[in-house]
Design a protein around this ligand. Structure first.
Ligand code: ADP
Length: 512
């Protein structure tokens, strides 16, 4: 099965969060199951620069579509590139006017969305749909798999080709975070090149505007999201972001599939960024890693201090505003905080203030830094993720792998992957961390209290660490589930005419 994977981030070249890790982990796992996977990404500078050899595929045609004008885009073309360390070929969408910009792929230097984001990401989706129509005569995918709102229009374009009686691949769309929807003014609709009928409440219209995410939820053959619990939560008003009704309607084609851990990057036995490796049998070595973390961040070097780690985007989603008022108490109880993050200015300031109040006990590093991320995740005793909502969460999976017990709010993927240290769970050796239910300071305080209590019982602590490290959330398992979704998506398609190039090999299928 040929799968085209549309995404905007790819570790280690470009990553703002878990999305980049997923694009690095899932395609090779799919390939190992026999899928032939290629990626399609905008030619952002880090990708473009990493691929010195690029083979021209085709310009994006500007001819009218069967339903009207094509998207109004600057000149663009596709190249096929091979990125070092990436086994799957990558189509790069070259459109310097849209993508040749430094820094964050979505935001300008002022921290606001680029003003032309609608065109930038419509271009990605349009290129994906055209590859599905045979734009590369050497390779036509059976499945187009889009990720998050950046690829949200792809299923809409494909639906337009279906409605125009053209053979098309099946479409699968994965929601990594419903909170980011790609919302734009309705006035931009004409430049997107979609059939006019799609500007409708049963199409891409969203409370008088346009939502790229909604387009995908409406038109993709199959939908997935990144944990079973989040798949349920987004069908409720509280987390449905105004799309819960549509998601309920489409519940029959929506599946929750947990993300995996990339063992090449996140494995304490082989992690070259650690001062010493360790595993479940050599947990004493973790003390060396903890000490290195304390030294690195300027924390007092005390082996009996319970070190809480945070590696996170500092956005309201991550729930760290609940932690800030508890920090003085955490320090009084002998705890330490090692935090790496960046984002919300007020939250950054509150954390810096706490660090100034508690030198040697609260250390914060603002910024994005892979090495420090590994140091914190590996060296902490407890990894804090009090997220308000969390589609899957990868950081807690890394914490489990490194015996850094996750302390999490019972939502989304956190609920699906961490087992609380209740007495029963300790008794039957299923406990792997600390889980609190209500999103309140009191509930978080109690969970912190449970962590302190367990830490005073080193044998019990060690058993929970070993149980945590025995958990396996791997990409091979996830890939099996995705393959089942791809199969059902292709089978769901009404019987199609043979593809045009199969009947008339000299004819290019998109015929625009
Ligand atoms: P999200 O995708 O919502 O940001 P996840 O937990 O799924 O959250 O994934 C976050 C990923 O980004 C993890 O790999 C984590 O280590 C990494 N990360 C988050 N913040 C930073 C940071 N400031 N520096 C380095 N890595 C970070």
């Amino acid at each position: 099965m040929k799968v085209l994977y549309l995404c905007t981030e790819l570790y280690p070249f470009l990553k703002t969060g878990g999305l980049g890790d997923v694009s690095a982990g899932l395609p090779p796992a799919l390939q190992a199951l026999g899928c032939e996977v290629r990626l399609l990404m905008p030619a952002f500078p880090p990708l473009h620069q990493a691929a010195p050899v690029q083979q021209m595929v085709a310009p994006l045609p500007r001819a009218p579509t069967p339903w009207g004008a094509p998207p109004d885009l600057p000149s663009a073309h596709l190249v096929l590139a091979h990125l070092p360390g990436v086994a799957q070929p990558v189509y790069l969408l070259q459109a310097p006017v849209l993508f040749d910009r430094p820094g964050n792929p979505y935001l300008g230097p002022d921290g606001h969305d680029w003003r032309d984001n609608a065109s930038r990401f419509a271009a990605l989706s349009w290129a994906g749909a055209l590859l599905g129509q045979g734009l590369d005569p050497q390779w036509t995918p059976d499945v187009l798999h889009g990720h998050d709102w950046h690829a949200g229009l792809m299923p809409a374009y494909v639906r337009a080709f279906v409605d125009a009686q053209q053979p098309t691949p099946a479409t699968v769309f994965t929601v990594h975070n419903l909170a980011y929807q790609g919302i734009f003014p309705a006035a931009l609709f004409p430049q997107l090149g979609l059939p006019p009928a799609m500007l409708d409440v049963h199409g891409v219209e969203y409370f008088g505007q346009l939502s790229f995410m909604k387009a995908a939820l409406r038109y993709a053959d199959r939908l997935t999201t990144v944990s079973p619990t989040y798949a349920q939560e987004i069908q409720q008003p509280a987390q449905g972001m105004g799309l819960d009704g549509l998601l309920c309607e489409r519940a029959g084609v929506l599946t929750g599939i947990l993300n995996g851990v990339d063992e090449q990057v996140w494995n304490p036995a082989t992690d070259a960024l650690l001062p010493t490796p360790f595993d479940a049998q050599t947990l004493d070595n973790k003390a060396v890693v903890k000490r290195a973390l304390q030294e690195r961040l300027g924390l007092a070097v005390r082996h009996n201090a319970l070190v809480f780690g945070v590696v996170s985007r500092l956005t309201p989603q991550k729930g760290l505003h609940l932690l800030v008022p508890l920090l003085d108490e955490l320090v009084q109880r002998g705890g330490q905080l090692a935090l790496l993050g960046q984002g919300d200015e007020a939250l950054e300031q509150a954390l810096v203030d706490a660090a100034l109040r508690h030198p040697g006990a609260v250390a914060v590093r603002m910024g994005y830094d892979e090495d420090t991320a590994h140091a914190v995740i590996a060296g902490a005793d407890v990894l804090l993720m009090p997220s308000v909502f969390e589609p899957c969460g990868l950081t807690q999976l890394y914490g489990l792998r490194y015996g850094s017990l996750p302390l999490v709010h019972r939502v989304g993927g956190l609920a699906d992957t961490v087992v609380d240290c209740t007495l029963e769970n300790l008794d039957d050796d299923s406990a792997t961390g600390f889980v609190f239910d209500a999103f309140t300071a009191d509930a978080l305080r109690h969970a912190l209290g449970r962590a302190f209590a367990l830490f005073r019982r080193p044998q019990a602590w060690r058993r929970v660490q070993q149980q945590a490290m025995a958990q396996r959330f791997d990409w091979a398992t996830a890939a099996h589930h995705y393959l089942a979704v791809y199969r059902s998506a292709t089978l769901s398609r009404p019987a199609q005419q043979p593809r045009l190039e199969e009947r008339e090999p000299h004819v290019r299928r998109h015929r625009l």
